[in-house]
Design a protein around this ligand. Structure first.
Ligand SMILES: [Zn+2]
Length: 300
């Protein structure tokens, strides 16, 4: 495959979202807070959340779900660990014990594009494959991030007590009254720095014996294309926590994609720095096999 690695470095502006949170204490949900190297606190959306959104888009965009293992067809997080072709290797007497992890890894990769792209952990035989898609935290630029806790009331209609009904006899009062549950929900608006690295060179690579025999080149290409489309879907419609009532208003996206066509890692300078595009371009200029493409909206 011609593409070795791709780094996506950018800034995304999301308004009024609540994409991921620390958790809920009582009726208050706390937004995520992270600390930067200079001690400054800011808002963050975890890499786990972004990777999960990307994985979901891989699943969604693949029309032929038979390209996934049993677990991934239902988007179960166990992935290859629930794939009988893989776990069956452990008890298969025809496979010598020193070959089991090689065979298990090969079967996991050949039977599932999501396992191949996003990695997995199988307990028996023990095989671990890191993801080919990596996300860092989305970091709110401190001077461009705002958060608010909003108070909401959930209304529910309940029957009134007998006393009230008795007291209101003869009056034209409604037959039901409203009960309220007060809760607090964080809402954030801000521009976030995003870093992601995609390693197409590892698609189909058996990382126990380092060969590419598990899948053919056509399959590797279609998995590569699937992962790229999942990136697009992730940024044009960002799903996460609380999107049923806090669907983010996506206002802007800009950044730079670094493409490495040789076996040199694509540099990933954080977009938290204002000059990240200039710095990246300078780095790329001095290195053979690297190129860049800037983007400033969702259609680039
Ligand atoms: Zn799978």
């Amino acid at each position: 495959m011609a593409i070795f690695e791709i780094a996506i470095l950018g800034r995304v502006t999301w308004n009024l979202h609540s994409l991921n949170n620390e958790g809920t204490v009582g009726n208050v949900t706390e937004p995520r807070t992270v600390v930067l190297a200079n001690g400054e606190k800011t808002d963050g959306i975890s890499g786990e959340m972004l990777k999960h959104i990307h994985a979901y888009n891989v699943w969604l965009l693949q029309e032929d779900k038979s390209q996934f293992c049993e677990a991934c067809q239902k988007f179960h997080p166990q992935k290859a660990d629930e794939n009988k072709l893989v776990t069956g290797v452990q008890t298969d007497k025809k496979i010598p014990s020193d070959q089991k992890s090689i065979v298990a890894m090969g079967k996991a990769i050949s039977s599932c594009s999501l396992c191949d792209l996003h990695g997995f952990l199988v307990q028996r035989p023990t095989v671990a494959r890191p993801s080919t898609v990596e996300f860092g935290w989305a970091l709110g630029l401190p001077e461009k991030t705002h958060r608010d806790i909003h108070l909401h009331a959930r209304h529910s209609m309940v029957g009134r007590s007998r006393e009230e009904t008795e007291a209101e006899k003869g009056e034209e009062a409604p037959e039901r009254v409203t009960a309220q549950m007060i809760y607090h929900r964080p809402t954030r608006s801000g521009t976030y720095a995003i870093v992601s690295v995609f390693q197409p060179w590892r698609i189909g690579l058996n990382e126990v014996d380092y060969n590419y025999t598990a899948v053919n080149d056509d399959k590797r290409k279609s998995r590569y294309q699937l992962a790229l489309n999942a990136y697009k879907a992730t940024f044009v419609r960002t799903d996460g926590a609380m999107t049923s009532t806090r669907l983010p208003h996506i206002e802007a996206i800009e950044g730079i994609v670094v493409i490495s066509e040789t076996n040199f890692p694509a540099p990933a300078i954080s977009p938290i720095k204002d000059d990240y595009i200039i710095q990246t371009e300078n780095l790329v200029r001095g290195q053979k096999g690297l190129s860049t493409k800037k983007f400033s909206n969702l259609t680039d």
